[in-house]
Design a protein around this ligand. Structure first.
Ligand code: SAH
Ligand code: SF4
Length: 384
């Protein structure tokens, strides 16, 4: 008999599940806390549950993590996991420790259907949506691994960014319960401002997120006009910039902060010229009459094989940022971290498995992970 994975449930769904078993809501709360606050996966560990319930649970449910294909530890404390999600697919999760916080970058899909020109995940194409359990298993595994690894008893992950592989707002049904568990005081207890959804601009889902679970929003803009954005982010043909910025303005009243973060990947000679900066400044300062309250995060492009693109020189990135800053837009450049593992945004699909020949690629992946490669932090737009 197949049993359900309790990582698939937010607290309300778990309470409904428990009710079907004839159990009261407080039992669901206990169970939920064992799983998400103590990292328990075996019911016999859950000592304050009635013995009869502990004995009944294994026949109807389980708590299943994702198999870890590899883990890479950077000398600066950054850790990257490659999780097996079956069928030859794998997704990556990255932990980035900083002085005052620990950020986990989580994947929402195996591959991505948006197909952004500069993104390795996009080049891989779309494989499938992750389930709520597969999204949460990344957090669950990372949090309790890190507690053991670092010898900590309190929470290690203080921030979550949905900036791994995939477009979270194209996997909305699975995303929302996962976000709820992250925010739940009986779950991970993260505040809404410490959980960020990054989107390439799925306009209707931005509106739904505002009413369902309004966490911090990052929007991947990458271009100051539709002609260029149509090429870089193909979803723009469906939801052009003006509609996207209108959605940002509608989101703000619900948002945990009074600004939207715009991400802008700096591509040499493509979108990085002073004219682009001035056009972007004008757009963000005037859209809708009064502009969009925002911060801009410039991301140096992380190259991957066959992209045909190059990262803008540092001086060009700084000049671009200066124009925006001087025009009154708070702008930061995403910083580079260690040099020894490959965990940069947009590169996360670089080693995703070829679905037609998973075993061979898996074997290759295991050797690849041993090699030192460059790392760029993916938390530049995060606030504590
Ligand atoms: N699909 C979502 C979230 C995942 S991508 C989105 O697009 O927002 C996370 C961030 O990494 C996005 O801002 C994306 O534009 C950026 N990114 C993708 N490929 C990149 C690359 N090669 N170099 C730098 N940033 C990249
Ligand atoms: Fe998908 Fe985001 Fe990559 Fe675009 S940048 S292809 S939306 S993961």
């Amino acid at each position: 008999m197949t049993t359900v994975n309790l990582l698939d449930f937010d607290l309300d769904s778990l309470a409904a599940f428990c009710e079907q078993l004839g159990e009261k809501r407080f039992r669901a709360v206990q169970l939920f806390r064992w799983i998400h606050q103590k990292g328990a996966s075996r019911f016999d560990e859950m000592t304050d549950l009635a013995r009869s319930l502990r004995e009944k649970l294994p026949s109807v449910c389980h708590v299943a993590a994702l198999p870890v294909l590899s883990r890479q530890d950077s000398t600066d404390g950054t850790i990257k996991w490659l999780f097996d999600v079956g069928g030859g697919n794998a997704v990556e999760t990255v932990f980035i420790p900083e002085e005052d916080r620990g950020t986990l970058c989580i994947s929402s899909q195996a591959g991505c259907a948006v197909g952004c020109r500069f993104c390795s995940t996009g080049h891989q194409g779309f494989s499938r949506n992750l389930s709520t359990a597969e999204i949460l298993a990344q957090l669950w595994h990372a949090e309790f691994f890190l507690r053991r690894h670092l010898g900590k008893t309190e929470r290690v992950i203080t921030n979550v960014v949905m900036m791994g592989m995939g477009e979270p707002l194209q996997n909305y049904t699975a995303l929302v319960p996962a976000l709820r568990v992250m925010l739940d005081d009986h779950g991970y207890g993260l505040s809404r401002r410490r959980v960020t959804v990054s989107t390439s601009g799925v306009v209707p889902m931005i509106d739904r997120l505002a009413s369902d679970v309004p966490v911090a929003l990052a929007v991947s803009l990458h271009a100051p006009n539709d002609a260029l954005r149509d090429v870089l982010v193909p979803l723009n043909r469906k939801y052009p910039i003006a509609e996207l910025l209108d959605a940002c303005l509608r989101y703000l009243p619900a948002a945990p902060r009074d600004f939207i973060t715009f991400e802008y990947c700096m591509l040499d000679g493509v979108n990085d010229q002073p004219t682009h900066a001035r056009e972007l400044l004008h757009l963000l300062k005037t859209h809708g009459g009064r502009g969009v309250p925002c911060k801009v995060n410039l991301i140096p492009f992380n190259p991957f094989p066959d992209s045909g693109l190059k990262c803008s020189p540092r001086s060009v990135v700084l000049q671009f940022g200066k124009i925006l800053n001087e025009g009154g837009l708070v702008t930061t450049v995403r910083k580079t971290r260690g040099d020894d593992i490959d965990a940069a945004c947009g590169q996360l699909a670089g080693d995703v498995l070829d679905r037609t020949d998973a075993a061979r690629r898996l074997a290759q992946r295991r050797t690849v992970v041993e090699q030192p490669i460059r790392f760029v932090s993916s938390t530049g737009n995060q606030q504590p």
